[in-house]
Design a binder for this molecule. Structure first.
Ligand SMILES: NC(=O)c1ccc[n+]([C@@H]2O[C@H](COP(=O)([O-])OP(=O)(O)OC[C@H]3O[C@@H](n4cnc5c(N)ncnc54)[C@H](OP(=O)(O)O)[C@@H]3O)[C@@H](O)[C@H]2O)c1
Length: 305
């Protein structure tokens, strides 16, 4: 699946291209499923053009699950035929919405997950792990997640619970029961959030993740009491509030270590990947459009035939 110029989801088209090959330290997989994230359609629409410049034609897709069919030089512990899930070499370059994709970081697919679940997991595990490290999230703390019902929010909440944190998560009321399934105390976002959170956490909130990017950083800093205790992954106004913006960078990510740990937790029944919707690759334009509605409950995934 590729596009040759910025535009609406109609620029996406299936094309025949040269197969990619695994370089040193990489594997190539026959892709079974890949995740769709808001960054896929931000990038496609040109909204990120001041920050990243994708090479055209661009193949979207930042994470995937499938069967290893090529092992690069220096790779140990993974063999052709293994089922894995993981991340493309650099998120901004995409490449996973295809029959074959090269992965730079991966782990064995948990038996507990379908390929659909595994295909939409790695990016959010990487992000959640990176953010929890940045916040020095530790047992006994209380974490507030703004935008807890989406792809990043549901994974971050579960990984935080597994680390022994209490989690309060914002969502629209229709998603409150959904959040409770993950041990998250739900709260409605928007005006008056500080009062609602204070009622739920009388001793205060230790750390905050803004996974929504809806302009609430001033409120979130007031709730945390210190901008150092807040990380956003979605609000480009972060610096004005003294808040750190976390994003994937080229090169090794502190989030990669989260992949095998998360796989272990999945097989212990402690980490699930709730799926909002699954589309076949030829309907990836619809998957982008559904993501752009901004109300995914869990992860949107595309399967590759
Ligand atoms: N920097 C990074 O490394 C990185 C990595 C991944 C994602 N991101 C960014 O992080 C954001 C979230 O990604 P995602 O994949 O989790 O998105 P997603 O799956 O599309 O989730 C969207 C969620 O946002 C919630 N939401 C909508 N309006 C809200 C509001 N005003 N306040 C609070 N929550 C609201 C929705 O909940 P309701 O339906 O209940 O409203 C929905 O569950 C996106 O902007 C994405 O680009 C950044």
């Amino acid at each position: 699946m590729q596009y040759h110029r910025y535009g609406g989801s109609e620029v996406l088209a299936v094309e025949e291209v040269e197969e990619p090959h695994a370089g040193p330290g990489q594997v190539r997989i026959a892709v079974r499923a890949t995740g769709v994230t808001p960054a896929d359609w931000y990038l496609r629409s040109g909204r990120l053009r001041d920050f990243v410049s994708p090479a055209f034609p661009h193949t979207p897709g930042m994470d995937a699950a499938g069967i290893v069919d090529e092992v690069g030089e220096g790779v140990v512990g993974t063999a052709v035929g293994d089922a894995v899930f993981g991340l493309v070499p650099f998120a901004d370059q995409g490449g996973a919405a295809a029959e074959y994709a090269v992965l730079e970081a991966w782990a064995a697919k948990p038996r507990a997950w379908s390929f659909e679940e595994a295909g939409g997991a790695a990016g959010n595990i990487d992000t959640a792990t990176r953010v929890l490290e940045a916040l020095a999230a530790a047992e006994g703390m209380t974490l507030l997640i703004e935008g807890a019902a989406g792809g990043v929010g549901t994974i971050t909440a579960q990984l935080a619970r597994a680390r022994g944190l209490a989690v309060i998560g914002t969502a629209s009321e229709g998603n409150h029961g959904f959040l409770e399934r993950f041990g998250v105390v739900p709260v409605t976002y928007g005006a008056g959030l500080a009062d609602r959170v204070a009622a739920l956490a009388p001793r205060g909130v230790d750390v905050v993740l803004d996974a929504a990017g809806k302009g609430s950083l001033a409120d979130l800093v007031a709730i945390a009491g210190d901008p150092e205790r807040v990380v956003t992954i979605a609000d480009f106004d972060a610096a004005r509030h003294g808040v750190r913006f976390s994003r994937s960078e080229a090169g090794e990510s502190p989030g990669w270590a989260g992949l095998p740990l998360a796989a272990e937790q999945a097989d212990q029944g402690r980490l699930t990947v709730p799926l909002h919707a699954v589309f076949p690759l030829k309907e990836i334009a619809t998957a982008h459009d559904v993501s752009a509605l901004g109300h995914a409950r869990g992860k949107i995934v595309v399967t590759v035939p």
